[in-house]
Design a protein around this ligand. Structure first.
Ligand code: GLT
Ligand code: MN
Length: 387
């Protein structure tokens, strides 16, 4: 396998990832800025399928209508020339000081209604660029001081905002769905809906739950001390995994946004294995940053590394699936049982009686070792390249 990305791999990058200039809370930018058109052309030449962008990745917050129109049409043309698509669009509701206490959950009704205006404008941009998914990452929605807001009002306001915006999309006749992204903290002390599970519960309370899904990000799930692979699995079962935000993260740190596969290789492997063996058809989007130490060449190394690591892990996943010993261990563990099949087939009083009447020898059932030490060692050896 050449590990050369192809459009069919559906790799996507947030424009903001490559545009990141290495600024951090302790230091200034270390790289000059790159314009979004240049970034797209470069990503296209590296085999990337799509991009995502915030309104202000392209259009300055104070741009005139004419300037906005010019930038959007130039962007559309650049994308088409590069043979790429817009995987998702989103709104920057975190950078400008007006959002210092949140957008949809600000205590100030004018900030909340300005947020609706900004999102509607960004949805229009997304629709013009052909995006069928619109991301909501509410990084400023939350608190440092828990007595500063009525949190139940905050949940209601978030719901009112999303319901209003779903109706706006329908009203405009756009083909667009919403994707919510969880993060426990940073930049706020505590962000509302800190986990994907919290979002899934919230989505069920919306006016059009079928229009709304999630895009869990690896680093955000790890910051919440969760297993991202399990998170993806639950979202896939619910039909809610619209896209994934891939990156890497060391355990128990601030949001590091590292190149995908550069940390926790086994965790990354488990995710790729899940997505690939279940034929996930959404965007594999990278939301990460090149190290602050890098110049422009390092930015493109970062881009190539994210995709290459995914493709290597995809190959390893196929090798793992084809491994005869792996199959043997699985077969030995997958005990068939007609009584269980009857459970999966739905309830009946007779089935309940039959299960109750069965004599289970739990001592015998518990006796056999399951071979997971061996299974994990096989995975390790495949990943370390010696099998
Ligand atoms: C920001 C954040 C990401 C979100 C982006 C979309 S912006 O970089 O850290 O996780 O996906 O708003
Ligand atoms: Mn993200």
């Amino acid at each position: 396998m050449s590990y050369e990305p192809r459009r069919e791999d559906k790799f996507s990058f947030g424009v903001w990832t490559c545009a990141n200039r290495g600024r951090d809370p302790f230091g200034e930018a270390t790289r000059p800025s790159m314009d979004p058109f240049y970034i797209i052309r470069k990503l296209g030449s590296l085999g990337v399928w799509g991009i995502s962008l915030h309104d202000n990745d392209l259009i300055p917050i104070d741009a005139s209508a004419a300037e906005r129109d010019r930038l959007v049409s130039e962007f559309r043309k650049t994308l088409a020339d590069a043979g790429m698509v817009t995987a998702a669009a989103t709104t920057n509701m975190f950078y400008d000081p007006v959002f210092k206490d949140g957008g949809f959950t600000s205590n100030d009704g004018r900030v909340r209604s300005y947020s609706i205006q900004k999102v509607m404008n960004a949805i229009d941009v997304g629709a013009e660029l052909g995006a069928d998914t619109f991301i909501f990452w509410g990084g400023r929605e939350g608190t440092e001081v828990d007595f500063s807001k009525d949190h139940i009002d905050s949940v209601k306001r978030y719901r009112d905002a999303l319901n209003f915006l779903c109706n706006y999309v329908k009203d405009q006749g756009y083909n667009m769905r919403f994707s919510l992204e969880a993060k426990p903290n940073e930049p706020r002390g505590d962000i509302y809906f800190p986990t994907t599970g919290a979002l899934l519960g919230f989505i069920a309370t919306l006016e059009y739950p079928e229009m709304v899904g999630v895009n869990p990000e690896v680093a955000h799930e790890l910051m919440a001390n969760l297993n991202c692979c399990h998170v993806y699995a639950q979202c896939m079962d619910a039909g809610k995994l619209f896209l994934v935000h891939l990156n890497s993260q060391k355990y128990a740190r601030y949001d590091q946004d590292l190149r995908f596969g550069s940390e926790d290789i086994q965790g990354s492997f488990a995710m790729v294995h899940l997505l690939e063996t279940h034929g996930f058809d959404g965007a594999r989007e990278y939301d990460a940053h090149p190290y602050r130490t890098e110049d422009e060449a390092g930015v493109w190394e970062f881009v190539k590394g994210c995709m290459r690591n995914y493709l290597i892990l995809k190959e390893k996943a196929a090798q793992f699936e084809a491994d005869a010993e792996v199959r043997q261990i699985r077969e030995a563990n997958n005990g068939a049982c007609a009584l269980w099949d009857s459970v999966a087939g739905g309830y009946s009083g007779d089935k309940a009686k039959a299960i109750k009447a069965e004599d289970y020898d739990i001592g015998a059932m518990a006796q056999r070792g399951l071979g997971y030490e061996r299974l994990d060692q096989i995975a390790c050896e495949i990943l370390m390249g010696v099998r």
